[in-house]
Write a protein that binds this ligand. Sequence first.
Ligand SMILES: C[S@@+](CC[C@H](N)C(=O)[O-])C[C@H]1O[C@@H](n2cnc3c(N)ncnc32)[C@H](O)[C@@H]1O
Length: 248
Amino acid sequence: MPPPKPHRFPPGKTLPEELRIAMKRIEAYGVVYPDGYYQALLEKYTREEVRYPHILMIIGQPRINNHFFYPHVLRRTGRLLDYGCGTGDNVRQLLRDGFPREMITAFDINRASIDLGFDLYCDQGEISDLFTVSGTLTFGPAKFEMVYSASVFHVIADDQEFGTYIANAWSVLRPGGIFFGSTLGQAGEAAAPSPEEWGPPRVMTKEQLAGSLTGAGFVSPEIVQRHHVPHYIADNRCVFEFCTRKPA
Ligand SMILES: C[S@@+](CC[C@H](N)C(=O)[O-])C[C@H]1O[C@@H](n2cnc3c(N)ncnc32)[C@H](O)[C@@H]1O
């Protein structure tokens, strides 16, 4: 297993600037910050560090609504788990789009990104009940109709943890349920961990991604390659959106 990478901003990116930009993005959703709020957050995150700096660089830009399966999500009924929800950007997008609140569960092993979301959206009092944080997935089998996983595969360096993550997605889905999401990948043949300290530790080809899903028992994986707008990764990474099914 590669050693864990430090939680640093990539070259040219700084906490003060990324925080300012993130707050501007979120103000566009109608959030109004009190006087001095930027300075207070800057001091907090200078003290505590941002667990995944990249998350601050993308907060306020949910991706679930661009996923090729999303129109079907909005038409389906049943419970949805956002597995590795981070700041909760995608949960808020589901709510904005009218997905039933009582059908949404967001889970993460790390509270820091969820709290970053609450800090920036100032909505902890309204939606904290949707979020669960635990070291292990706490839901029983066949609880969900859909499991969504955005940018989680590529942050899991350890093969065993990665296998457990996909096996958990399988377990909590009811038969016939849908597992969909996205991960950074590599177009072409070679897939290697990022040599630079800012890149993701797990970079799969389309075939490796398909193999990971079918290896866990999922069927008919559909994988769409999207252009990756590199914030900092100076190579030929792409985004793979995937959608696959647990057999009925
Ligand atoms: C790059 S962030 C993406 C967050 C969010 N899904 C999004 O699209 O903005 C990756 C998230 O996966 C979570 N994560 C990593 N390993 C996990 C695991 N084994 N189970 C659940 N979540 C995990 C991290 O804590 C982090 O919040």
